[in-house]
Design a protein around this ligand. Structure first.
Ligand code: FAD
Ligand code: SIN
Length: 506
């Protein structure tokens, strides 16, 4: 078993992890940092982000107050107002830093930043790079980080578990790119592991988004909150057999696209005065109900009335993907359905990103800061990632941490071969159980799914005593554990009460 030492260990190379590396290095260019990613450095949710970043920019029309109000409204009373204020007022400074780092954003005809509109926003305020903002961020930041002499990057490293002793996190264990069991000792460990969309059968998230950070937190008793608030994006292309459904950015609805039922009618205006531009929870719910009425058939995105040349220029990624799939957007309707998209809850952190374990921090999608409440406002997550990475960098560079890791039974890790197909069956089964209705449907559906997933978890534990002996095995366990916690939180109160009273009778 090999051992590596570093000062700051960052798990994840999405916007949260990359920007933290950059901020830390700007403050202290000699600080030893180890940055991990599970597969290639750019494969993550950030890479696929389309719409952009919500920032108040046009102060003549827009204001922090309006952005704050929109965020609070979307979050349905569950946001932490202080956090919302902080993130939104810091946004312009963080945007400037992204621009200084070389991220290019679209300009309008007057040479200012072009501001897009998305659901739940009362103003145009989404800065973007066409419909591939995440790709632009990753491809500009990665070369900058690769050049930093104090940052070591390890790709294809799978972190299995945190090492926590007496309430302090002293690093983690995992497998390196050759499958070699490895311990990393760190003075501060930062989880920037992204979301958990792959828990669901239909998701916009890539294969790497398996809730690993959250599952590590569960196993180390790190506090979590609001895991039941999984945001479904209303307009993913209807591709039920693909492990990652292609997203059609909400900015296209901001640009004028309509959603139609199978009779060719717009039905969202009956549900909400803002129609297609209501917040995501409203639109996804209405689509799911419509699909139920139509026996599970998808609904349609209508782009036919939009100016084609301008559309191609603004949304080349969506245009090209539709064309590759054989759709002529000037003639054809695009089949769409909601897809699991964003984990609004996560690992509870304070204003600097600290968890309830000393020397352990979390930023980005895996964290719960209080910004999003029950439903994230569109394009607020890239913003949250960079604001928190900035603030955490300040804290980490002004604080002295020490570590004294001893080898004991908690630090042992061994690699074993697995029967890949057998493990895959657990994953497939989980993803068949986990649908929109499993958390937002009838009470009985939620209870049934919870029971099925709890049973699956039991079977997994019986079959695999050492879940951490192989990355794919551990990742599958992470998915099932994350699903269980999402469902447990979603259970109707009456069911939980019943269970508790049965237990006390025994
Ligand atoms: P990620 O970018 O997901 O990075 C996670 C990193 O953690 C990866 O490098 C991964 O390899 C690593 N990792 C995970 N587990 C392990 C492990 N066990 N061991 C080692 N490494 C590990 N938000 C917006 O604000 N605007 C948008 O326009 C937008 N569009 C989106 C479009 C799509 C299709 C998707 C999927 C999301 C979109 N979002 C958008 C959400 C946003 O992209 C994410 O919330 C954000 O990028 C998360 O960044 P992150 O750095 O926290 O995580
Ligand atoms: C999108 O472009 O529709 C995604 C935006 C987001 O998830 O914030």
């Amino acid at each position: 078993m090999q051992k590596i030492q570093t000062d700051i260990l960052i798990v994840g190379s999405g916007l949260a992890g990359l920007s933290l590396s950059k901020y830390l290095s700007e403050i202290n260019p000699n600080l030893p940092i180890l940055l991990l990613s599970k597969t290639s450095i750019d494969e993550c949710n950030t890479y696929y982000a389309q719409g952009g970043i919500a920032v108040v920019h046009d102060f003549l029309k827009d204001s922090y107050k309006q952005h704050v109000e929109d965020t609070l409204k979307a979050g349905k009373g569950l946001c932490d107002e202080k956090v919302v204020q902080h993130v939104i007022t810091e946004a312009p400074k963080r945007l400037n830093e992204l621009l200084q780092w070389g991220v290019e954003l679209d300009k309008n005809s007057q040479g200012g930043l072009d501001l897009g509109l998305e659901g739940g926003h009362s103003q145009n305020r989404i800065v973007h790079h066409k419909d591939k903002t995440g790709y632009e961020i990753e491809t500009k930041l990665i070369p900058l980080i690769e050049k930093l002499p104090n940052v070591t990057i390890k790709t294809s490293f799978f972190a299995t578990d945190l090492i926590i002793e007496n309430g302090h996190c002293l690093g983690l264990k995992g497998f390196d790119e050759k499958g070699e069991p490895t311990i990393i000792e760190a003075k501060a460990t930062v989880l920037a592991t992204g979301g958990s969309g792959q828990v669901f059968g239909v998701t916009s998230n890539p294969f790497v988004s398996t809730g690993d950070g959250v599952a590590m937190a569960i196993r180390s008793n790190v506090a979590l909150q609001n895991m039941k608030y999984i945001q479904f994006h209303p307009t993913a292309m209807f591709e039920p057999r693909k492990s990652q459904a292609f997203l059609i950015t909400e900015a296209i609805r901001g640009y004028g696209a309509h959603i139609l039922n199978s009779n060719g009618e717009r039905f969202l205006l009956e549900v909400h005065k803002n129609g297609e531009l209501a917040t995501r929870d409203v639109v996804s719910k209405a689509i799911s109900e419509q699909m139920k009425k139509e026996n599970g058939k998808n609904v349609w995105l209508d782009l036919r009335h939009l100016p084609i040349e301008d559309f191609k220029n603004k949304f080349p990624k969506v245009f090209n993907y539709c064309s590759q799939q054989g759709f002529d957007i000037t003639q054809d309707l695009i089949p769409i359905a909601p897809a699991a998209h964003y984990q609004c809850g996560g690992i509870i952190v304070d204003e600097k990103g600290a968890t309830d374990k000393l020397q352990l921090f979390a930023i980005g999608e895996c964290s719960y800061t209080g910004l999003h409440g029950a439903n994230r406002l569109a394009s607020n997550s890239l913003l949250e990632a960079i604001v928190y990475s900035h603030d955490l960098a300040d804290y980490l560079t002004s604080t002295v941490f020490t570590t004294q890791l001893k080898f004991n039974e908690n630090t042992v890790l061994t690699y074993k071969n697995i029967h890949h197909d057998e493990v895959l069956q657990f994953r497939n089964q989980l993803q068949r159980f986990m649908k929109y209705e499993s958390i937002y449907g009838e009470k009985q559906t939620i209870i049934k799914t919870y029971q099925l997933v709890s049973e699956l978890l039991k079977r997994f534990r019986m079959k695999y005593k050492k879940y951490d002996s192989h990355p794919f095995l551990c990742e599958t366990y992470n998915l099932i554990q994350t699903a269980e916690i999402i469902l447990k939180e979603s259970l109707p109160v009456s069911y939980k009460r019943n269970k508790i009273s049965k237990k006390t009778k025994l």
